[in-house]
Design a protein around this ligand. Structure first.
Ligand SMILES: [Zn+2]
Ligand SMILES: [Zn+2]
Length: 850
């Protein structure tokens, strides 16, 4: 604040601000925007403002806040709106907006004249509370009488199109008073009670005078009618009371001018004068996650008003502003030392206390201007001042600058972002800009959205959907909770609850535990212990499988590190979940027999060594996400057999892999096999044939020659996975499916109009398979229609596939699999035989036979 003061940026201003009468405090623009509006119904009122010098002629004015009428100063019209003069059966002649007449007037009336709003500007009228001393005093001082002013914002959708203006009771009204040089009549004290000068209203609360105001207006002949009116109205975010608008003295930091030109054209001199541009430089220095945070912060800096830093409270940061009552000069004290030096009384009372009320207020300093003793202003600081200085105050900025410099700025700051671009993030940036000479407060800013209950609503105890943390940790497990959080996109709201928890556990935690338990059970049965050696299977297919899962682990390690480097835990969890899927549903499933068999050969040793290695490295990767489960596994897998190993999984460095050493050929090949197998099974299931039933053949089409070779090499794996006798690779996808081209009528109709029937005809005449291939490759189709050549893209044409007779087809990622679904008697017999084997095995298991 002292630095701002030295730059001349601190000033005392008057402001009409939203105010909670119950809390006795102003509510900032930030706080209202964040969570302040509620739907409420008020009693609104239509009022006559009789025109001076015209018999029985009046403006008809409407307001939803009758308590503000005592402070009326002007009536605003839209200069370009059309107004009407209306002869009413009640004997009055009213002026109001033409469009508003029907909604405002009751009884019989007729329009006798029309005019633009401009024509009304300057008309003088009799105010509804001209008898009040406060009004007379303010008007006399300003040499003013009530009059009509122009205001572009006036519309005719609601009310009468003539707006009651009370600059002491409304923020926009206050702005208008500055533009039009209007007096300000401020009626309320800090508890929302009428102050002296308002006669019968004095001592009463603004919240409960509406009905008496109506009666009073009626008695005086101003009242026309009332109307219940539902609208969104600001409320106190702390206590829920309706806010009023109140004129107050507040302290501000000048944010500087917003120049009407692109930021890069702002000169150094202009920037030196404008705090907001200096803060923008600090915004540039950080990485923002999610990236839209950068734009939101910049948007706020472009649009924010001066920063109001004072708060009318007792507790809080005592603002070190000393304002002299004698000469009006104010001074900002920058440190305890400066306060001691300037103190003329009360230092002993304060000494030994923190700089808070009441002790700090005992100290008076000599006015640097006139020398009179001056006390501190009563205001405390906006809490965001406190919050934003954290990286400076807690890091010994004043006492140990070397230490502070070593740690500043923070590597990472994280907070739920709703509201914070205007509050905490902003305050951190502003104060760092000042204190650290333009160095931003953080290198990385990670924001995340809001947490809701799984029914999509906020959590409330009274709604029965609130879950207390300890209860959730107990029931769903802290690791499940962590995985749930880590796997949520930070920009999306997180839905939290036991169903989501169960789903998370089923999706990841249980399959992980199953792989671990599988390994541990068989290792115990076989008495297998890790000896640090890697065995290689003598079965080439198995050796390849072992190599592949290690490569997949390395690939995952690289991907997870890359995601975590940019704080993207959600992407990291996706890679980790995909790896677990491959480990569980491919590697372990395809290796099961290697663990089951009785002979302890090299193949089995290789399977153990590989799975052990992969599990241990995998839990190291997972440790920051699910620290408890991984620690449990680590203790059992590693510590129980190696007492020299680090005591905890969390004592290991995070796994690393060499991107250049990655066997991408092998990874691509196995990925293709996994995709093909899963498509083959999907095709079978689309034809409702269970996997146990052997089928004759699966035919596969893939893109490149390399992929065709890979498939043939892995044919044994695929025949097993899809349960077919034979895999055939075909080079033309047309051999597997029939393509049908359909014009996308909704696009093509408007595009070609009369030509459309001919375009459709030409499209139908194309070789469908060839056209489909082109479209899937992102190419366009060229048609000749009469003398014209037209071009169609993927959006213009719908491609339908249908399987050929006797096959079931599935297709994805450039792979198409067609499974022969014709069942011969031999295949059916074989299916029965498999069923029998399966049943016998189940019975043996139930009987406890080995
Ligand atoms: Zn309140
Ligand atoms: Zn002074």
């Amino acid at each position: 604040l002292k630095k701002c003061f030295d730059k001349g940026w601190v000033y005392k201003g008057r402001d009409v601000m939203p105010w909670c009468a119950r809390c006795g405090t102003g509510i900032s623009q930030h706080e209202i925007v964040t969570e302040g509006y509620q739907e409420v119904t008020h009693e609104s009122v239509f009022v006559r403002f009789p025109l001076v010098g015209r018999d029985n002629e009046a403006l008809l004015v409407w307001t939803t806040t009758p308590w503000t009428l005592s402070s009326n100063v002007a009536a605003a019209v839209g200069p370009e709106l059309t107004y009407v003069k209306v002869q009413h059966e009640d004997g009055w002649t009213y002026y109001l907006a033409e469009e508003a007449a029907k909604q405002s007037l009751i009884g019989k009336w007729e329009v006798v004249d029309k005019m633009p709003g401009e024509a009304l500007v300057g008309w003088e009228y009799v105010g509804p509370y001209d008898e009040l001393p406060a009004v007379q005093k303010a008007f006399a001082e300003a040499g003013y009488t009530h009059r009509v002013i122009p205001w572009k914002e006036v519309g005719a959708d609601e009310g009468t199109g003539i707006v009651h203006i009370a600059p002491g009771c409304g923020a926009e009204d206050f702005e208008l008073s500055k533009e039009n040089d209007l007096p300000v009549v401020a009626p309320l004290d800090e508890n929302g009670i009428y102050i002296d000068g308002f006669e019968w209203l004095v001592g009463r609360s603004a919240h409960d005078v509406a009905h008496d105001v109506f009666e009073d207006l009626n008695k005086k002949g101003f009242y026309y009618r009332k109307q219940r009116y539902a609208h969104r109205y600001p409320h106190c975010w702390r206590c829920g009371n309706e806010l009023v608008y109140r004129l107050v003295d507040e302290w501000f930091i000048n944010m500087g001018e917003l120049y009407d030109k692109p930021r890069e054209e702002v000169t150094p001199e202009e920037k030196a004068r404008s705090f907001r541009y200096q803060i923008m430089d600090a915004v540039d220095q950080a990485n923002w996650y999610p990236s839209f945070g950068y734009d939101r912060e910049m948007d706020w800096l472009r649009n924010m008003h001066d920063w109001m830093i004072s708060k009318k409270r007792y507790y809080g940061l005592a603002l070190p502003i000393y304002e002299c009552r004698e000469c009006g000069h104010f001074h900002v004290v920058g440190s305890r030392d400066e306060l001691k030096e300037r103190a003329v009384e009360g230092w002993e009372e304060f000494d030994g206390h923190t700089p808070h009320r009441p002790y700090v207020d005992a100290v008076k300093i000599a006015c640097p201007n006139c020398g009179k003793p001056v006390e501190r202003i009563k205001d405390v600081g906006n809490p965001w001042l406190d919050a934003g200085i954290v990286g400076i105050s807690t890091m010994h900025y004043s006492t140990e600058p070397e230490y502070w410099r070593k740690w500043y700025p923070a590597d990472w700051v994280s907070e739920s972002f709703p509201g914070q671009f205007r509050n905490w993030f902003y305050s951190l940036l502003a104060q760092s800009t000042l204190m650290a000479d333009g160095v931003g407060p953080f290198k990385n800013l990670f924001g995340y959205s809001t947490l809701y209950a799984e029914d999509g609503r906020e959590m409330h105890k009274s709604w029965g959907n609130m879950i207390e943390f300890n209860e959730a940790a107990e029931i769903m497990g802290a690791d499940t909770m962590r995985w749930l959080y880590a796997s949520c996109k930070p920009e999306q709201n997180l839905r939290f609850g036991y169903h989501v928890g169960d789903e998370t556990r089923r999706r990841f935690i249980i399959p992980l535990w199953n792989v671990y338990a599988f390994f541990v059970n068989y290792a115990q049965l076989d008495g297998w212990l890790p000896n640090g050696e890697t065995a290689v299977s003598d079965n080439p297919a198995h050796a390849q499988l072992d190599k592949w899962i290690v490569e997949r682990l390395n690939e995952t390690t690289l991907a997870v590190r890359e995601a975590l480097n940019v704080f993207d835990s959600e992407r990291a969890t996706q890679h980790l979940e995909a790896f677990l899927d491959d480990l569980s549903n491919w590697y372990v499933r395809r290796s099961r027999r290697r663990f089951w068999k009785s002979e302890a050969d090299a193949d089995k040793a290789a399977a153990y060594a590989t799975l052990y290695h992969v599990l241990v490295e995998f839990i190291k990767l997972l440790a920051p996400f699910i620290p408890f489960i991984t620690e449990e596994m680590y203790q059992n897998l590693v510590r129980s057999v190696d007492e020299n190993a680090p005591t905890s999984v969390h004592h290991h460095l995070y796994p690393q892999a060499d991107p250049d050493a990655l066997d991408r050929r092998l990874l691509d090949k196995m990925r293709l096999a996994i995709t093909t197998a899963s498509l083959g099974r999907a095709a079978r299931s689309s034809a409702d044939i269970k996997l146990r039933q052997p089928l004759a053949k699966a035919r596969v089409n893939v893109g490149s020659q390399q992929e065709q070779d890979d498939l043939l090499e892995l044919a044994d794996v695929l025949t097993e996975e899809i349960n077919v006798k034979e895999i055939e690779v075909v080079s033309e996808v047309g051999e597997l499916v029939n393509y049908k081209l359909l014009p996308n009528n909704r696009v093509l109709g408007p595009k070609f109009g009369k030509l459309f029937p001919q375009v459709r005809k030409a499209l139908m005449a194309l070789d469908a398979a060839e056209a489909a291939r082109k479209l899937q490759a992102g190419e366009s189709l060229t048609l000749t229609v009469g003398d014209e050549t037209v071009s169609l893209s993927g959006d213009d044409v719908l491609v339908q596939t249908e399987s050929l007779g006797g096959t079931a087809v599935a297709s994805d990622k450039g792979v198409t699999v067609a499974v022969d679904i014709e069942l011969t008697p031999e295949l059916i017999q074989e299916g029965y035989a498999r069923d029998v084997v399966r049943m016998v095995n189940n019975l043996r298991k139930e009987a406890g036979l080995e």
